[in-house]
Design a protein around this ligand. Structure first.
Ligand code: MCA
Ligand code: AMP
Length: 481
């Protein structure tokens, strides 16, 4: 395989990364990441404290140059989840921005402060590692238990980014604007490594705001990546914000992913700007599977067609392949190709269960239109919740709630939410019905143990949970409003 980042081999004064006021050219990035790569060489795995910063980008690029798998950590991860991730991935050290305080869970790890200033002497970049070797270990939630580490090979990163370049005419001239977190595939692989592979640039807005997006897109940004919650928030204010309308209208490409963008938001953005948001569909385990292409017909509610190199099929419950392209026969999406992860770290059982031979079972249910466009209509597992574009397992939240002394029984569901797509709802039987714990206390407990985005937004107290004869909780029988 050729270099993952050809533009780094040549170095140049072209802009590569910008986070707020801080920026690096390709030459500066090559020097800083190249020097760090030498220090990381042979390190096993390295954790990256993935704040939205230059240091995170430099740290991950350095690990990739060194051929050392990077494990991005959400800096807001709670104690229990962080302990699990570190115990499972056993990183040799942690990369962090200078001055950033790390939690005590990481005390046992050596720390390297990521230098972003180019060193005096340029270090030659290491040779390109094997394409099948691991690039990243990205933790992702399942229906039960703690998150699993998806091992993503270098080949998958290169394949998916080149396939997106083909679908979107993505070039070195593009300036990508986004404000996604850097510890998931969307913000890290697509939003950071994507521009770097093309030789283009990325401008990170920091915390998402409609003003920040307007400013960066208006000042030369050509593409915008976001989750549906972000597009929903843009759609909400577009009619009253001429600057934002102008910025979106002037962009070359607006891309949404990580969850379905409601047709209503598609239409509002189109009405205000004349621009169609393009949807693409992926997963941590598969990187990107499908997209609406710039040379194809945009279609709200569709995730487009399989990307180059991606084989996609729909299967019935019993595993029979569906031939129909009729827009109505529903089956599970299975995919195959060089864009797939290799395994869940330390989980051969879960890895085996995720595959049907060489096909990866996505768990997403879809139909195909006569022209091959894929429309996602649901998900197999009701215990997976997508909130703000984050995948969250009901089981992990239930386990955390059950550790709270005021909780005797707990069940967690997702309910439709205009802003977040789905909102986490906790159903709780209190230990003492006369003195149930306060809802914010339970939310803080979950945020502190797992992560703030996993906290319940609504807590409903019950005297008992509905159970079947086997004692299993019947979530569908919970009394919704
Ligand atoms: C509130 N907050 C709390 C608590 N309550 N913090 C701690 N404990 C509490 N009890 C804080 C929040 O942390 C946040 O803090 C603020 O209150 C508001 O929180 P929230 O309501 O969640 O809204 P938000 O922070 O504005 O988040 C919306 C968002 C976010 C920006 C859309 O959900 C987001 O960044 N989503 C992106 C997810 C993503 O990248 N998914 C990709 C994975 P503060 O204000 O300080 O921040 S999917 C993927 O990778 C696949 C491959 C794919 O297809 O893309
Ligand atoms: P994650 O494991 O966090 O990477 O989330 C992957 C899941 O996000 C997929 O299995 C889908 O359910 C969902 N997803 C990603 N992109 C889209 C999209 N454009 N439309 C609908 N669902 C999506």
């Amino acid at each position: 395989m050729s270099a993952l980042f050809p533009a780094l081999v040549h170095g140049s004064a072209r802009p590569a990364l910008r986070f707020g006021e801080r920026a690096l050219t390709y030459g500066q990035l090559a020097s800083a990441a190249g020097a760090l790569a030498v220090r990381l060489s042979g390190a096993g795995r390295v954790a990256v404290w993935a704040t939205p910063s230059l240091e995170t980008a430099v740290g991950v690029v350095a690990a990739l140059l060194a051929g050392v798998p990077a494990v991005p950590l959400n800096p807001r991860t709670g104690e229990r989840e962080l302990r699990h991730i570190v115990g499972d991935s056993t990183p040799a050290l942690v990369l962090a921005a200078p001055g950033v305080e790390l939690p005590r869970v990481l005390d046992g790890l050596a720390r390297i402060d990521v230098p972003v200033a180019a060193p005096d002497q340029t270090t030659p970049l290491p040779g390109e590692p094997d394409p099948s070797s691991a690039a990243l270990v990205v933790y992702t939630s399942g229906t039960t238990g703690p998150p699993k580490g998806a091992v993503v090979p270098r080949r998958a990163v290169a394949t998916t980014l080149d396939a997106l370049a083909d679908a979107w005419d993505w070039t070195a001239d593009d300036v990508l604007v986004h404000s996604l977190p850097l510890f998931h595939v969307h913000g890290l692989v697509l939003g950071t490594l994507g521009p770097l592979r093309r030789g283009g640039s990325v401008r990170h807005v920091g915390k998402f705001s409609t003003e920040g997006v307007a400013q960066e897109l208006g000042a030369g940004g050509t593409m915008l990546f976001g989750v549906p919650t972000m597009y929903h928030r843009l759609a909400e204010v577009l009619d009253d914000d001429a600057e934002l309308r102008k910025a979106l209208t002037g962009a070359r490409l607006l891309v949404s992913g990580s969850a379905a963008l409601p047709v209503h938001d598609h239409e509002r953005i189109f009405a205000a700007t004349g621009r169609r948001v393009v949807e693409r569909y992926g997963m941590t385990e598969t990187l990107m599977n499908t997209s609406v292409r710039v040379d194809g017909e945009p279609r709200a509610g569709s995730v487009g067609v399989p990307l180059p190199g991606v084989e996609l099929r729909l299967v019935e419950e019993d595993g029979t392949e569906i031939d129909a392209y009729d827009g109505e026969t529903v089956g599970e999406i299975q995919v195959r190709g060089p864009h797939l992860f290799t395994e869940y770290l330390n989980r051969p059982d879960a890895t085996a269960a995720a595959f049907d031979g060489s096909w990866f079972r996505t768990g997403d249910m879809a139909v195909r239109d006569p022209d091959g466009y894929v429309r996602i209509v649901g998900r197999k597992a009701t215990d997976l919740i997508k909130s703000g574009g984050y995948k969250i397992g009901a089981g992990e939240i239930e386990n955390a709630l059950l550790e709270h002394p005021g909780v005797r029984e707990a069940a967690v569901t997702g309910e439709p939410d205009d802003d977040l797509g789905e909102r986490i709802v906790a159903w709780v039987v209190p230990t003492d019905p006369a003195r149930p714990p306060a809802a914010p206390e339970l939310a803080d407990h979950v945020a502190g143990q797992l992560a703030p985005h996993k906290r319940p937004r609504t807590v409903r107290f019950l005297q008992a949970l509905p159970r079947n004869d086997m004692g299993k909780i019947m979530k569908r029988a919970l009394p919704h409003d």
